[in-house]
Design a binder for this molecule. Structure first.
Ligand code: NAD
Ligand code: UFG
Length: 337
C-alpha cells in the first residue's frame, strides 16, 4: 500500500484526513511541530482506526530533519496541511506567516524533489477568491488576497504551479477548501482552537458548552437573505474524503490540478445558529454587532469540477455538521486538554 506523508497531520483537518487514509489502508507518517495542535489527536486517530501511524515532532522549515525523514522512508505522496491559518494574526505577524507557510513549503518541496517524491496535495483556501462576490466561485475565477495569510496561499499556489511548469514529473493538486466544520462521528477528534475562536462553528459550540457567554453575529446588513454573511460550510469528513480522492485523481500534464472542495450551498450565520439549536436542542444566545473588516457577504463554491474529475461530492448536510460539532464539544468541553 502507498505511504503518505501528512504535514500538519495532528491539526483539525489533518487528523480527520489521517483517519480516512488509515481506514483506506494507506500507511501514514505525520510531521507536525504541534504549534497549533496536540499529539493526543493522533492517539485518538489510532484508537478509532485500530491502526498505528508514525509521527515526527518536526518543523517543516527544519531542512535536516525533513531530509532524514525522506531518507528513512519510502514515501509515495505528501499531503501538505502544515501552516499558520489565523487571518488577524497574519496581519500582526506577517513575517512569521511568510516564513512558516511559504519558506516551509519551499523546504518541503526541495526535500521531496531530492528524494524523488513528486506528488503533493496542498491545502489552499477559498480565501484566494479575495473580495469578489461573483458567487459561486469556479476554479478559473480571478484570484487575489486581502491579508498576509491569504497571500501565503496565493504565493504557494503560484510557486507550485511554476514547479509543475519546470518539471512535468510533478503531480500537484491544489485543494481550495471552503468552510470546514464538524467532527468525526465518534466525537473523539474535532476542532480545538487555541484561545477564543475566530471561526463561527467553534464559537457557537463553545457558547453551547458554557465556555463563552454569547455569540457575536458580525453584521446583519449584508445583501443576503437575512443580512448575515453566507458561507459554504463543509463537513470535515467530506473534506477528508476529498483528499483521498485527490490522491487517486487523474494526473494532469500541463499545470496543477485545482479543485474547490465545498458543497455548493451557502448558509447564513443565522441559519447555522438555528440549525445548531434545532438539531441539538440548545439555545445559542447572540447579539448583532458590526461587520468584521475583510469579510465578504457571500462565498460558496461551484464544486462541479471535483465531482467530474475526482468523483467526489460532499455527502453530509448542515444538520450533520452541527450535530457532529456539538457531539465533539460536549464530549470534550476543554478540547484535547
Ligand atoms: P490546524 O492549525 O488545526 O492544523 C495545521 C497543523 O499544522 C497544526 O497541527 C500545526 O501544529 C501544524 N504546523 C503549522 N506549522 C508547522 C510547521 N512549520 N511545521 C510542522 N507543523 C506545522 O489547521 P487546519 O484547520 O487543520 O488547517 C489545515 C490547513 O488547511 C492549513 O494549511 C490551513 O491554512 C488550510 N485551510 C484551513 C481552513 C479552515 O477554515 N480550517 C480553510 C482553508 C484552508
Ligand atoms: N461570524 C460571526 N461571528 C463570529 C465568527 C464568524 O458572525 O464570531 C461570521 C462571519 O462574519 C462570516 C461567517 O460567520 O460571515 C463565517 O466566518 P468564519 O470566521 O467561520 O469563516 P470565514 O469565511 O470568515 O473564514 C474562512 C477561514 C479563513 C479564510 C476565509 C476566506 O476561516 O481562514 O474563510 O476563505 F481565510
Amino acid at each position: 500500500m502507498q505511504r503518505i506523508l501528512v504535514t500538519g497531520g495532528a491539526g483539525y483537518i489533518g487528523s480527520h484526513t489521517c483517519l480516512r487514509l488509515l481506514e483506506e489502508g494507506y500507511d501514514v507518517l505525520v510531521v507536525d511541530n504541534f504549534c497549533n495542535s496536540k499529539s493526543e489527536s493522533l492517539e485518538r486517530v489510532k484508537q478509532i482506526t485500530g491502526r498505528s501511524l508514525t509521527f515526527y515532532e518536526v518543523n517543516i522549515c527544519d531542512r535536516n530533519a525533513m531530509q532524514k525523514i525522506f531518507e528513512a522512508h519510502d514515501i509515495d505522496a505528501v499531503i501538505h496541511f502544515a501552516g499558520l491559518k489565523a487571518v488577524g494574526e497574519s496581519v500582526q505577524k506577517p513575517m512569521e506567516y511568510y516564513y512558516n507557510n511559504v519558506y516551509g513549503t519551499l523546504v518541503l518541496c526541495e526535500e521531496m524533489a531530492k528524494a524523488g517524491v513528486k506528488n503533493i496535495v496542498f491545502s489552499s483556501s477559498a480565501t484566494v477568491y479575495g473580495l469578489s462576490d461573483d458567487v459561486p466561485f469556479a476554479e478559473d475565477a480571478p484570484t487575489s488576497a486581502t491579508n498576509p495569510y491569504g497571500r501565503t496561499k496565493l504565493f504557494i499556489e503560484n510557486i507550485l504551479s511554476d514547479l509543475k511548469i519546470a518539471d512535468k514529473d510533478w503531480s500537484i493538486t491544489l485543494l481550495r477548501y471552503f468552510n470546514p466544520v464538524g467532527a468525526h462521528k465518534s466525537g473523539l477528534i474535532g476542532e480545538d482552537p487555541n484561545g477564543i475562536p475566530n471561526n463561527l462553528m467553534p464559537y457557537i459550540s463553545q457558547v453551547a458548552v458554557g465556555r463563552l457567554e454569547k455569540l457575536q453575529v458580525l453584521g446583519d446588513d449584508y445583501p443576503t437573505t437575512d443580512g448575515t454573511g453566507v458561507r459554504d460550510y463543509i463537513h470535515v469528513m467530506d473534506l477528508a474524503e476529498g483528499h483521498v480522492k485527490a490522491l487517486q485523481g487523474p494526473k494532469i500534464e500541463n499545470g496543477p490540478a485545482i479543485y474547490n472542495l465545498g458543497t455548493g450551498k451557502g448558509n447564513s450565520v443565522l441559519e447555522v445558529v438555528k440549525a445548531f439549536e434545532n438539531e441539538n436542542g440548545i439555545e445559542i444566545p447572540y447579539q448583532i454587532i458590526a461587520r468584521r473588516a475583510g469579510d465578504v457577504a457571500s462565498s460558496y463554491a461551484d464544486p462541479s469540477k471535483a465531482e467530474k474529475h475526482l468523483k467526489w461530492k460532499a455527502k453530509l448536510n448542515l444538520q450533520d455538521m452541527v450535530r457532529d460539532a456539538w457531539n465533539w464539544q460536549k464530549k470534550n468541553p476543554e478540547g484535547y486538554a
